[in-house]
Design a protein around this ligand. Structure first.
Ligand SMILES: Cc1cc2nc3c(=O)[nH]c(=O)nc-3n(C[C@H](O)[C@H](O)[C@H](O)COP(=O)(O)OP(=O)(O)OC[C@H]3O[C@@H](n4cnc5c(N)ncnc54)[C@H](O)[C@@H]3O)c2cc1C
Length: 491
């Protein structure tokens, strides 16, 4: 397929105009958006498009909480682009077809996007780039959502890293620090025709209707680029100084809560890195420790994407293939829904699962405990838990969610050893000694009074022994890491 010049002429645009398309995906921001900046530099009118694609091969449909976020994020972005003198075109369908049609309709001669790292997404992007170039159009992609491109960071032996600490050391040892973030444009090139068809955002029905379960999400979150930066400021001013010591305390709001903003690209890791780095000159030893700890967590996100890039099926296949034969229990629907609804009789697990359901988020420490409980106490396959989190988290991330679930299960890269079974009672005593978190999500009576709390659905000590026996079967075999998929540079 190629775009014929006659097609372009038939669009009726002035001959001198050859618009650019900026295809927005996981980068719903105006500042530090290299694809947008390159199109601005080109000087031609820009068609901004977001495509809701649930049909291209292998693309994983968004979960419910992510759709809620996406709706609001697109709404804010659309307002921002309108203020800058442009607008956001919304289209639904297979990205390849939508882009092809849009290029034809608008007579655009160049397309820009920021890179994605999932296998199916990369295939879609590669096909579009090939199509565009065959049609004589410019197609350019950019690094925007990762500090380091996964194909550029390798061990001495030339293989991808599978252990976080050397990965992060290699990252920090790089001669070039992360590039400075790009400013937002003050205005966008004028002259775009206003007759380009766009779906109405409401017609996508991204928001839950009957029932509308989103009140708790709306109470906690404010999607959008501006809000992401406000949140970063709040974090740097009031929380960063306590981060290293208190990030594991779920009752405190000490972590950045930037994860959904990062997931949708409302803020870039470059912006976060440089904002934190600004205070390095004046930071004392204590603050430097907090900064390093925080940036290392941002590094875990990079590491997860490094894994996704080289092992594109990490959401569905055990990284360590020994686990392919693991004797998971057939999931009993009642047991599974007790976990999902926060009715397991284990207070910290229940509080976490209710936080998740009500707010679309769960504190990291509690995510580990709730996941460990499902996998190691209930012996339910980690993929079932990963799917539930995918549906309910506002920050549900193709790399971090899958990599974290595999980490807890013991089958991931750099995974927690299989014999590490979090004890949810001890974890609550250690990290929520005053039961503040438990009370917040279980109510004053249930959360405060352990005696009154329902009995656990499994006896914790027995379940632990059962898990250790099952995991011992696997661990007696030699570790069996799937070979990385070999890719060239990203499309
Ligand atoms: C079972 C399980 C599932 C998870 N699923 C997701 C997910 O879908 N999306 C997601 O972003 N994180 C996930 N995490 C990682 C972590 O829990 C969240 O990133 C963190 O709680 C987000 O809160 P924050 O922004 O306040 O984090 P902060 O502590 O402020 O960290 C800053 C940023 O670093 C990144 N980050 C922090 N910890 C991790 C980690 N362990 N792995 C990867 N990136 C990290 C996030 O982008 C985060 O916003 C999961 C963890 C577990 C144990």
């Amino acid at each position: 397929m190629s775009v014929k010049s006659s097609d372009r002429e038939s669009s009726g645009r002035p001959a001198t105009q050859s618009p650019s398309v900026v295809w927005l995906r996981d980068d719903l921001r105006v500042a530090d958006n290299p694809a947008l900046a390159a199109a601005v530099d080109r000087g031609q009118p820009i068609v901004f498009v977001y495509i809701w694609d649930e049909v291209s091969t292998g693309i994983r449909p968004l979960g419910g909480a992510s759709k809620w976020w996406l709706h609001h994020s697109l709404d804010r972005l659309s307002t921002r682009l309108t203020r800058l003198g442009s607008r956001l075109v919304l289209r639904r369908g297979a990205a390849h077809d939508v882009i092809r049609d849009l290029l034809r309709e608008t007579g655009a001669t160049a397309i820009y996007w920021n890179r994605r790292y999932g296998g199916a997404e990369r295939d879609v992007d590669a096909a579009i780039k090939e199509y565009a170039r065959a049609a004589g159009l410019e197609a350019h992609s950019f690094q925007a959502s990762l500090l380091v491109e996964p194909w550029t960071i390798r061990t001495g032996g030339g293989t991808p890293y599978t252990v976080f600490t050397p990965f992060w050391k290699a990252f920090l040892a790089r001669a070039e620090p992360p590039r400075a973030p790009l400013d937002a444009p003050k205005a966008l090139p004028a002259g775009l025709a206003d007759d380009i068809a766009s779906d109405r955002l409401d017609s996508w029905n991204l928001l839950p209707q009957h029932p509308d379960w989103s009140a708790g999400l709306a109470a906690r979150w404010n999607p959008g680029e501006q809000s992401a930066h406000d949140q970063l400021e709040r974090f740097v001013e009031a929380r960063l100084g306590r981060y290293a010591d208190e990030r594991d305390v779920p009752a405190e709001f000490v972590t950045s809560e930037l994860s959904p903003h990062l997931r949708f690209g409302e803020i870039s890791p470059f912006q976060i890195w440089h904002r934190v780095d600004q205070i390095r000159r004046t930071a004392n030893a204590e603050m430097s420790r907090n900064m390093s700890k925080f940036l290392a967590e941002v590094g875990w996100r990079e590491f997860s994407y490094n894994l996704l890039f080289h092992w594109p099926d990490i959401a569905t296949r055990n990284f360590d293939r020994r686990f392919d034969g693991f004797p998971w229990a057939p999931p009993d629907p009642q047991v599974l829904s007790a976990w999902q609804d926060g009715r397991t009789g284990v207070p910290l697990v229940d509080a976490g699962m209710r936080e998740l359901w009500q707010t679309g988020y769960m504190h990291n420490r509690v995510r580990m405990v709730a996941a460990s409980f499902l996998i190691k106490n209930l012996l339910i396959d980690w993929r079932i838990g990963e799917q539930w989190f995918w549906d309910t988290l506002v920050d549900a991330d193709p790399a971090s969610n899958a990599a974290s679930w595999q980490w807890v299960a013991g089958c991931g890269a750099d995974a927690a050893p299989y014999f590490r079974v979090f004890n949810p009672v001890l974890q609550a005593e250690k990290f929520d000694p005053k039961r503040l978190y438990l009370r917040r999500y279980l109510g004053a009576f249930d959360g405060a009074d352990a005696d009154a709390y329902p009995e656990p659905i499994v006896e914790l000590a027995n379940a632990r022994t059962r898990a250790l026996e099952a995991f011992a079967e696997v661990s007696s075999l030699p570790r069996d890491i799937a070979p990385p998929t070999e890719f060239g540079a990203q499309q």
